[in-house]
Write a protein that binds this ligand. Structure first.
Ligand SMILES: *Cc1c(COP(=O)(O)O)cnc(C)c1O
Length: 463
């Protein structure tokens, strides 16, 4: 993004602060569908609507802040991934992005499988009727109790993450008289983030077993020997918010290389390969994510090309998108509380939530967009920073954004693309109550996760 001048507004000095922002958009009232959920628009009065319901009605009935989720968009994206990969592949939605029982039911109905990585996520999946065989259990430190529950429930696969876990899962499965389907998660020396990937020789992270130095091959050797385990494949997950497919290409090449070594050493062709998730979405209009059918085509081609070269049967592919399905489908609706212009700097717009409902800006320096949604405005653009109500100066929701200069307390603003890793990472910092998730579809709004109450807070405080 480039820094550029913006129209001189009454609140700004001549010198713009250092920052990372584009020119103001031509039309501040526009809601770009790259970043906004598919059914979002404005009605004749200029009020934003989603799923046929306007945001003022949503705020009156459900309060703010609130995550507003476009159910039709969620289902459409889930279906697009499902159909892009077809019958010869599996799509596992990564539950950690956002999980609730309604979401589990939608996924089930749309033919997707589900990744979980804790007992809590597993319990949510099972309680909403997801068949256990369509659940994959991940994590670098699953407790013996979590493993037992997963094996007992009959999860379709457990993704093994360490040498100790290979033995642990085998032992638990055997003690339950079961043979558990497993994959081994390996690290292939590729790390991808957004527009770049890095191929490294050594792995320096907590997940997976390194391919380097023959460790992954040794893990396979051990897993194949244990009666409690049925090794069905190799798993690799290279990063998050990735736009560049070349990282997956290198990863697929290395995973297939291991499958070939396994075939040569053990005479076994493992039937599955999982390439993980991490596909990027647009948080601002500058981002250009790939469509599911392009991703499916690219990944399938890479894997079959590599397998043909290695004279292997092409294994069944699975992928694990989280953000790419749920991220774009929701926005966070806030009410503006105070507007504080700082001469020569920018205008601080404080909302009734903050880092407790969106930690990504503080945690990852994530970029977001924002718009005034309770009315249209023809005022000049002003450079704004949207901040929360927490006792922390790093409590920033949108670092640099343009909002209309007539913005005032009581206005509703919304931050799009907050469906992933916002409610799921929400906290009670400052004893702030976590917002509800309201699903909207065909003119109706339905609470799928209710707002926390002070009673909820005090119930845990048993001192
Ligand atoms: C986090 C994670 C995903 C999902 O990542 P997204 O960026 O949301 O697509 C998939 N697989 C594994 C193993 C993960 O840890």
């Amino acid at each position: 993004m480039s820094r550029s001048a913006h129209p001189a507004g009454p609140r700004h000095a001549d010198v713009l602060p250092e920052g990372h922002y584009s020119a103001p958009p031509a039309d501040l009232n526009a809601l770009d569908h790259k970043v906004w959920a598919q059914t979002v628009g404005r009605n004749a009065d200029g009020v934003a609507t989603v799923g046929g319901v306007d945001v003022k009605t949503l705020a009156e009935e459900h309060g703010t802040p609130a995550y507003i989720l476009d159910e039709a968009d969620f289902r459409a994206r889930a279906r697009a991934w499902r159909s892009a990969f077809g019958a010869d592949a599996d799509v596992f939605y990564a539950g950690k992005a956002f999980l609730s029982r309604a979401v589990v039911r939608w996924l089930h109905e749309e033919g997707l499988n589900l990744d979980v990585c804790s007992g809590g996520e597993l319990a949510t999946a099972l309680s909403a009727g997801m068949p256990a065989e369509r659940v994959a259990f991940h994590g670098n430190n699953k407790s013996p109790d979590e493993i037992r529950r997963a094996v007992e429930a009959g999860v379709g696969r457990i993704v093994l993450d360490s040498f100790q876990e290979i033995v642990r899962v085998a032992h638990i499965a055997q003690s339950l008289g079961k043979r558990q389907k497993v994959q081994i998660r390996i690290t292939v020396g590729v790390e991808a983030h957004t527009h770049e990937f890095i191929a490294t020789a050594h792995e320096d992270q907590k997940f997976g077993i390194p391919l380097a130095g023959g460790q992954a091959a040794e893990a396979v050797r051990r897993a194949l020997q244990l009666d409690g385990l049925e090794l069905i494949g190799i798993h690799s997950h290279i990063g998050s918010q990735i736009f560049d497919m070349s990282g997956f290409e290198v990863a697929a090449h290395r995973v297939v290389g291991l499958l070939k070594d396994i075939r040569d050493e053990h005479g076994v062709e493992l039937p599955e390969i999982d390439l993980g998730g991490g596909l990027g979405i647009a948080y601002t209009s500058d981002d250009d994510p790939r469509e599911p059918h392009e991703i499916a085509k690219a990944l399938t081609e890479i894997v079959s090309r590599e397998c043909d070269a290695a004279r292997l049967r092409t294994p069944r592919i699975s992928v694990e998108p989280g953000r790419a399905i749920v991220g774009p489908t929701a926005f966070t609706l806030y009410e503006v509380g105070t507007v504080k212009p700082l001469e020569g700097l920018r205008t601080y717009v404080s909302v009734d939530g903050g880092m407790s409902d969106n930690i990504r800006t503080a945690l990852y320096d994530a970029e977001y967009s924002v718009a005034l949604v309770s009315r249209a405005s023809s005022a000049e653009p002003m450079l704004a920073r949207v901040v929360g109500k927490h006792c922390e100066s790093g409590d920033i929701v949108v670092k640099d954004a343009f909002l209309p200069a007539d913005l005032a307390p009581g206005d509703l603003i919304a931050v799009p693309a907050t469906g992933a890793y916002c409610r799921s990472m929400a906290s009670n910092y400052n004893h702030v109550l976590r917002p509800p998730v309201v699903a909207v579809k065909d003119g109706e709004a339905r609470v799928i996760v209710r707002r926390e109450t002070e009673e909820d807070l005090l119930r845990l405080d048993v001192g």
